[in-house]
Design a protein around this ligand. Structure first.
Ligand code: PXP
Length: 241
């Protein structure tokens, strides 16, 4: 069964708008877990625009499922990750000006650095996943440094889906999932997934987990967080909401 990881960054975005205490990402994580998600995802960005260091310390203590920390390769962030020890670290590229993670990590280009950071994290007992574009050269690069999991960037698929032209992107994700599975790599996916475009991705053979944030938080504003998570789980597992 395909799993759901819920990214709670935007709960912290809302809190930071006031710079005080509410809404609390830790409470959000608890509610998502009560609704049945399989992991909690949070991105500690270098500019600390949403999730703060204390959030990840508290998430480490309170998350009962799996805690997946999204992070860049920057030395200060790696240091925090090694101290906090999430269950999983998902390595992502990071640019200060971007609104959200815009592209995949270029593992092939930054092979040495990605290998070094991945190894340090794995040596500390943290599972490592690389957020990459769904292309062969990035999967091959991942395999070459012994990393056992990837998250395929579904942003292009999501954009194309909105324009009703997602067949090529979908075919590519299916093919790359199969390719990576043959190399023994666990395949996750995420970015831009919503209540319309997730159904197809959840049915890709070999897919392990989908990481979804913005769509769930946007829906939660209207129907509540538990309901928003339950509805997404229903789409992924084809149950009634
Ligand atoms: N996966 C990764 C690696 C991400 O960087 C993000 C965005 O923080 C997501 C998943 C979730 O994307 P979205 O908020 O569009 O669902």
């Amino acid at each position: 069964m395909v799993k759901l990881g819920v990214n709670i960054d935007h709960i912290a975005t809302l809190r930071q708008a006031r710079g005080e205490f509410d809404p609390d990402p830790i409470m959000a994580a608890r509610l998502c877990e009560q609704a049945g998600c399989d992991s909690i995802v949070a991105h500690l960005r270098e500019d600390r625009r949403h999730i703060q260091d204390r959030d990840i310390v508290l998430l480490r203590k309170t998350v009962k499922t799996r805690f997946n920390l999204e992070m860049s390769l920057e030395a200060g962030i790696v240091k925090v990750a090694l101290a906090v020890k999430p269950d999983q670290a998902t390595l992502v590229p990071e640019r200060r000006q971007e609104l959200t993670t815009e592209g995949g990590l270029d593992v092939k280009r930054h092979l040495k650095r990605v290998k070094k950071v991945s190894q340090v994290l794995m040596d500390a007992g943290i599972d490592v996943s690389l957020f990459i574009a769904p292309v062969k050269k990035q999967i091959d690069a991942t395999a070459s440094i012994g990393v056992k999991a990837i998250e395929l960037h579904t942003g292009s698929y999501a954009h194309a889906f909105a324009d009703r032209l997602a067949i090529d992107e979908f075919t590519q994700i299916k093919a790359m999932t199969l390719y990576a599975r043959k190399l023994g790599i666990t395949v996750n996916a995420g970015h831009g997934l919503n209540y319309d475009n997730t159904f197809a991705i959840a049915r890709v053979k070999g897919m392990a987990e989908l990481n979804i944030g913005h769509a769930i938080m946007s829906r939660a504003v209207f129907v509540g967080l538990k309901q928003a998570v339950c509805e997404m789980i229903a789409i992924i597992r084809r149950e009634k909401a």
